[in-house]
Design a protein around this ligand. Structure first.
Ligand code: PRP
Length: 213
């Protein structure tokens, strides 16, 4: 019997795209398409076991070896700095990390800037590199509300289409970095299941190249 490769997929739209890429690469697992609330699916013949995890958790599963490989956004990798190998930019799940504020907001560099975000490490590094003093407000979601209610001056958050900002009368003031989904591997799995992992990397790379041709 083949050794099973454990793969953490981010639950949701991005995860479905990622699964489609794995499926085209020959690592199919038809039961994953059944309409139920199961979280773990395997195909012994091919030697894969997939599980749906919260997107912000996939790097934890991989770092600790519960998953051999997985997919995480560059935002999560930069925020939590997990001890994993980043193998491939999957060129999907593209968005950006940005500073946003009310349209009329004008920064006064003499004042401490109030920053609301889920990504406190990213925000801290960004403002430290500018030598700017900030008052960090950690929130868990719906960050866009903070500047509207005067809880913060700006937010540091993910912008994809820009619709959420627009509908809340906010705008991007500065882009911090572009984001896309990355294939990551547990360091010891990369050694011990190298043949399987390298095969996946080769197949996925070929798909990405073909798409960009
Ligand atoms: C993210 C992000 C923004 C939104 C941006 O939220 O925090 O709110 O998507 O997308 P847009 O530019 O296409 O409008 P998410 O859905 O992850 O939920 P959250 O409120 O928990 O952050």
């Amino acid at each position: 019997m083949k050794p099973m490769l454990n793969i953490a997929l981010p639950k949701g739209r991005l995860g479905e795209k990622v699964y489609a890429m794995f499926e085209s690469a020959g690592f199919e697992c038809p039961s994953i398409k059944e309409n139920n609330r199961k979280l773990i699916f395997e195909n012994e013949e091919v030697g894969v076991r997939y599980f749906w995890v919260k997107p912000s958790d996939s790097a934890i599963y991989v770092e600790r070896g519960a998953a051999d490989i997985g997919v995480a956004g560059k935002d999560i990798l930069l925020e939590y700095d997990p001890d994993v190998y980043e193998l491939l930019d999957l060129d999907i799940g593209k968005c950006r990390m940005a500073v946003a504020a009310k349209k009329e907001f004008r920064d006064n560099p003499q004042r401490t800037l109030k920053v609301a975000t889920k990504f406190t490490n990213i925000a801290q590094n960004f403002y430290s590199s500018k030598g700017r003093e900030i008052d960090m407000i950690h929130l868990n979601g719906s960050i866009e509300i903070a500047p509207i209610l005067g809880l913060s001056d700006v937010i540091v958050d993910i912008v994809e289409t820009g619709t959420t900002l627009k509908e809340n009368n906010l705008e991007v003031k500065e882009t911090i970095f572009p984001i896309s989904a990355r294939l990551i591997a547990n360091k010891s799995s990369f050694k011990f299941k190298n043949t399987q992992i390298e095969k996946i990397v080769r197949e996925l790379s070929a798909q990405i190249e073909a798409k960009n041709d």
